[in-house]
Design a protein around this ligand. Structure first.
Ligand SMILES: [Fe+2]
Ligand SMILES: [Fe+2]
Length: 171
């Protein structure tokens, strides 16, 4: 019997990790944040956001308009514009959406999916959920939940309010 590949079309995010531009952005951010005492915007953060957003999506019923590798793409790319924010002052969600569009195209995502992912990246700092579509909402939630405020030595100096900080490990 022919084996059915249930993972088909779920693994395009792996191509993002091999993309030259992606790797260059990661190393630029690492260099620019080398003296940063607060949360870094590194690959671990990106993967944490991708995984937490996926858990939230599954907990909320796993709506069909999304696929795992779409959520992973949004997680892996949501802060990719950080280096441009540090060097040129462009808000990272704006710079990130442009860079992400190029990387997604060469990673095999379809135009409609690219539009959805870049829209989520552009919106990931908007506070009101009503102004963001679903992918943006779960990425934004996961972004906040991913931070380990409860174990952070720079917590007292962080600009996040007491209420916003994660007091314990939820995900
Ligand atoms: Fe961000
Ligand atoms: Fe983030």
């Amino acid at each position: 019997m022919k084996k059915v590949n249930t993972q088909k079309n779920l693994n395009r995010h792996k191509r993002i990790l091999e993309d030259k531009r992606y790797l260059k952005c990661l190393s630029d951010i690492e260099e620019l944040e080398k003296n940063r005492i607060f949360c870094k915007h590194n690959l671990s953060h990106f993967i944490n956001v991708a995984r937490i957003a996926t858990i939230i999506w599954q907990e909320e019923g796993g709506r069909n308009s999304l696929k795992r590798d779409i959520i992973y793409a949004a997680g892996l790319l949501h802060d990719i514009g950080r280096a441009e924010e540090y060097t040129k002052g462009t808000p990272h969600e704006e710079a990130g959406a442009i860079i992400a569009g190029e990387i997604l195209q060469s990673s095999g995502y379809e135009d409609k999916e690219i539009e959805m992912i870049t829209r989520a990246i552009s919106a990931h700092r908007i506070k009101d959920d009503n102004d963001i579509d679903y992918l943006g909402q779960i990425i934004s939630k996961a972004d906040k939940l991913s931070r380990e405020c409860f174990a952070c030595s720079a917590s007292d100096m962080c600009k996040w309010s007491k209420e916003k900080k994660n007091k314990s490990l939820e995900y």
